[in-house]
Design a protein around this ligand. Structure first.
Ligand code: ASP
Ligand code: MG
Length: 412
């Protein structure tokens, strides 16, 4: 017997038929004698619709009421799945975040889970063999008594945090793909499903563009050592494939140098020419951007040709490009650059692998391979287990395929 958390994402519960299908996946685990808590997302498209309604009724709305509205999507799915399970003769009860309770911070719209009181759920496992169906994405801020939500994609985090709280043996995240791939299979048909990936690698993959899990959920899984599987709810309920296990690196036997290639589209680049080369200038640039809530990513500083000034290049999300421009134009007297150049329509391609820690020249091979394909690199960043290059979006597919092949990730 094992105790497990099964999480089903929006596409897995998109309609009544799929909710019935999810019930069959749960039944399989219950029949095997396991104790099961299920975490559900809203039916696909539902949260988008609810968010749009909030914006529609008032572009500037109370964040507490936004949470009251968007938390409703998961509540519906939880109730429906409990009914579907009962129809199969399985004892089941739905739980909204406040009923457990899942306590969070008061950062409405992007709250952090602080604690989960799973005692009642665990008690019912033993006393009634009851499946708990928990609404993901939501919690309660205790001091104010208000409902909160965790940020988009947050039910992954609900699931992993619940697994940690009730000391589950594992957390199975069911989605519409059967695991984590070496890169997006829509871009590289030869992408392979991985059997295992280390927490650190998954964290980088998710941060650098792989959409399969919310970044925060991987952090929580890593901190608490929750064995987490990514699996498909579209596999036959009586014979699903095991999916990809996210685990500690020690548990991975055959470690590759590069395990995956991720990419993020819609990047923009800003270059400030001839910025004075003196203390305080970086602060003059990046503090106003931070105050405007603009996320700066890659930063490169090079000495200008006149050697007394410096050129500064950095990236921001394309959606924030115009805003960044305005902020920097306003701050021009403080910063003192001569001109501002920019480009949108860029993509950041990254290679990730724990093996980079112990192998030299991994990134250099990529630069050579990309050059051979005539791909110009605009910026580079590296860290211990990954490197990223910024290139023109038109070369996305070519670059991702080139790197995927270079590091031996193609399916044979
Ligand atoms: N329903 C929420 C969203 O669409 C949470 C989730 O599905 O993880 O972001
Ligand atoms: Mg999701």
């Amino acid at each position: 017997m094992a105790r497990l958390v099964m999480k089903f994402g929006g596409t897995s519960v998109a309609n009544i038929e799929r909710i019935r299908n999810v019930a069959l996946h749960v039944k399989r685990e219950v029949d095997a004698g396991n104790e099961v808590a299920v975490v559900v997302s809203a039916m696909s498209g539902k949260t988008n619709e609810l968010v749009a309604w909030c914006r529609d009724i008032s572009p500037l709305h109370d964040a507490r009421e936004y949470d009251a509205v968007v938390a409703s999507g998961e509540i519906v799915t939880a109730g429906l799945l409990a009914i579907a399970l009962q129809n199969l003769g399985i004892g089941a009860r739905s739980w909204q975040g406040w009923q457990i309770p899942i306590l969070t911070s008061d950062a409405h719209g992007s709250a952090r889970i602080e604690s989960i009181h799973g005692d009642e759920i665990v008690k019912r496992f033993a006393e009634r063999q009851e499946v708990a169906v928990v609404a993901g994405f939501q919690g309660l801020h205790k001091a104010t008594g208000r409902v909160t939500t965790l940020g988009r994609g947050g039910s992954d985090t609900s699931a992993v945090a619940l697994a940690a709280a009730i000391k589950a043996d594992r957390c199975d995240i069911y989605t519409d793909v059967d695991g984590v791939y070496t890169t997006d299979p829509r871009v590289v048909p030869k992408a392979r499903r991985m059997d295992k990936i280390a927490f650190e690698e998954m964290l980088e993959m998710a941060s650098l563009g792989a959409k399969v899990l919310q970044v925060r959920s991987v952090e929580v899984a890593m901190v608490h050592g929750v064995k987490t599987y990514v699996r498909s709810s579209f596999d036959p309920p009586d014979n699903p494939s095991p999916g990809t296990l996210i685990c500690h690196e020690e548990d991975i036997v055959e470690q590759q140098v590069v395990t995956g290639i991720a990419f993020t589209r819609d990047e923009a680049q800003v270059t400030l020419r001839r910025v004075a080369d003196k203390p305080g200038v970086a602060a003059a640039i990046f503090v106003p951007l931070a105050e405007a809530n603009i996320n700066v990513d890659m930063i490169i500083q090079v000495v200008s040709d006149d050697t007394t000034t410096t050129d500064l290049t950095f990236t921001v999300p394309a959606a924030d490009y115009e805003k960044a421009r305005q902020v920097l134009e306003k701050a021009q007297p403080m910063i003192g650059y001569t001109n501002l150049q920019g480009a949108t329509d860029l993509v950041k391609v990254s290679a990730i692998g724990i093996g980079m820690r112990s192998h030299a020249g991994v990134a250099a091979r990529a630069f050579k391979a990309l050059a051979e394909k005539g791909i110009n690199i605009r910026a580079i960043t590296t860290s211990e287990i990954k490197f990223s290059v910024l290139i023109d979006a038109a070369y996305t597919e070519l670059a991702v395929r080139t790197l995927h092949m270079l590091y031996g990730l193609d399916k044979v």
